[in-house]
Design a binder for this molecule. Structure first.
Ligand SMILES: C[C@@](CO)(OP(=O)(O)O)[C@H](O)COP(=O)(O)OP(=O)(O)OC[C@H]1O[C@@H](n2ccc(N)nc2=O)[C@H](O)[C@@H]1O
Ligand SMILES: Nc1ncnc2c1ncn2[C@@H]1O[C@H](COP(=O)(O)OP(=O)(O)O)[C@@H](O)[C@H]1O
Length: 284
């Protein structure tokens, strides 16, 4: 018997850094959504824990105990399983690959034999939001999740220039750590254009330090913004994945095709959002 779960790409539509705790972790205020592209995790009972990493983005992904998939599975407890991780998302890209994989592993193990999903695991600030994989306002250092108004249909183009951007050094490069939070109340956005307008006055405070580390991010943002129909171009997480917002799938597909043609070494994907609370969608 096998069970599988999808690990959708996490996208920080806005990410404000509002402070820093005594332990060095930063306080965040972020609007997080999940795209319908991602990795896939399959589990099957086995005498011992094991991991195989496959797929077009498997190169360089750890295959041992340092992979978040195995760490999450062991910490959650229960009977061991053989885990296959099919990697489609670029690692170290600001779209939560490792955290989303870890969350998908926990969902797949729960589907396999009914074991409980742990509430808290010491596995990274992004894991809590990746467990439900639903749109959320994320604060604290990532552990405080609150609901957001229903989102309008959004079509994204995700672009990872050919750079891996480690998260810690980007936080360390912040010029200010006491930036303003997102507005207290979020409006009910009626369509993609209205949402893009609202997001345009929000920020990703990690963009400047990430661009300083990896200038290709600035190039990607400019190229996405210049595609036809792009309503807004921004960076997700600590980068280097950037995204454009479009109001239709054909517009997103056309932009993705032109970016792919011009930048063969970039990872480019057109995507929609996974429907909130949809377990079926998470099994993509
Ligand atoms: C920035 C965000 C935004 O969603 O996304 P990514 O760029 O990783 O996708 C996350 O907060 C990243 O979460 P995650 O990747 O799980 O981070 P962790 O492993 O916990 O931390 C890696 C390093 O980032 C810094 N860090 C992370 C989160 C946070 N709130 N404050 C921090 O200062 C710390 O230096 C830490 O050592
Ligand atoms: N399942 C995994 N997929 C990708 N990277 C992983 C995984 N498990 C551990 N890692 C390590 O975590 C680092 C950060 O990767 P990732 O979680 O994809 O990035 P980000 O935090 O920028 O979203 C990688 O450089 C890699 O060494």
């Amino acid at each position: 018997m096998k069970a599988a779960a999808s690990a959708p790409a996490k996208v920080n539509l806005a990410l404000h850094v509002t402070g820093r705790r005594d332990d060095g972790y930063h306080l965040l205020d972020s609007l997080v959504v999940f795209a319908d592209v991602g990795d896939r995790v399959t589990v099957e009972p086995a005498p011992d824990w094991g991991l195989t990493v496959t797929g077009p983005r498997s190169a360089g992904v750890p295959t041992g105990d340092d992979n978040l998939v195995l760490r999450a599975a062991r910490l959650a407890g229960g009977a061991p399983a053989r885990i296959t991780l099919d990697k489609h998302l670029p690692a170290a890209g600001g779209i939560g690959g490792g955290s989303s994989d870890a969350a998908a592993t926990l969902r797949a193990l729960a589907a396999l034999d009914g074991r409980a999903l742990p509430d808290v695991l010491p596995l990274g600030a992004d894991l809590p939001v990746c467990l439900p994989a639903a749109p959320a306002r994320m604060s604290g250092i990532g552990e405080v999740l609150s609901p957001v108004p229903p989102l309008p249909p959004l079509h994204l183009v995700l672009v990872t220039p050919d750079v891996a951007v480690p998260t810690g050094p980007v936080f360390a490069g912040l010029a200010r750590r006491d930036n303003a939070p997102l507005p207290r109340d979020f409006p009910a956005w009626r369509d993609a254009a209205e949402m893009a307008q609202w997001l345009a006055v929000q920020r990703n405070d990690l963009e400047d330090p990430a661009r300083a580390t990896a200038p290709a991010i600035g190039v990607a943002l400019a190229r996405i913004a210049a595609t036809e129909g792009c309503l807004l171009a921004r960076m997700s997480g600590s980068g280097g994945t950037c995204f454009g917002i479009f109001d239709s799938r054909p517009a997103a597909d056309a932009a993705a095709a032109s970016l792919r043609a011009a930048h063969g070494q970039w990872w480019v994907a057109a995507a929609g959002l996974i429907p909130p609370e949809s377990a079926a969608a998470r099994r993509l």
